[in-house]
Unconditional design. Structure first.
Length: 136
């Protein structure tokens, strides 16, 4: 009987499958951990270079369930009121201290920073000057 497979074919197949699985796991970790952080860093740089400040009114506030350094992350829907562009609504996630959280509610005015060509993302810039308003 003639066999075309080498004696250690089982070991070679196992090594190939293990190596392939390791490559898939590393690739998934790269996309899950590294790429979002790089995109966030790029967005932060663009915000510093081209961002504009504006007043914003908090429309809604909810906890995300994430805590960073024992401070909760909240998701806020805000109505942004730029001086020179059209008003728009955006969502932002911020880690807020418990003290700041006691002042945040629907109607609170904030200072935010945004990029004019990407109004889906905004970031809170002035903290400690939160004040309630009945803005509609």
């Amino acid at each position: 009987m003639i066999t075309l497979l080498p004696k250690n074919a089982g070991h070679m197949l196992f090594a190939f499958l293990a190596g392939s699985m390791a490559a898939i796991i590393l690739y998934a970790l790269w996309w899950w951990l590294i790429v979002p952080r790089c995109q966030q860093a790029r967005w932060q740089q663009e915000l510093v270079r081209h961002g504009r400040e504006a007043e914003a009114v908090v429309l809604s506030l909810e906890f995300t369930g994430v805590y960073i350094n024992n401070e909760p992350q909240v998701k806020m829907l805000v109505h942004v009121l730029p001086a020179t562009e059209e008003n728009f609504v955006a969502e932002m996630r911020e880690v807020i201290s418990i003290m700041e959280l006691s002042y945040l509610r629907a109607g609170t005015m904030l200072r935010v920073k945004f990029i004019p060509h990407n109004t889906k993302r905004v970031q809170m810039v002035k903290r400690g000057e939160l004040h309630s308003s009945s803005h509609t």
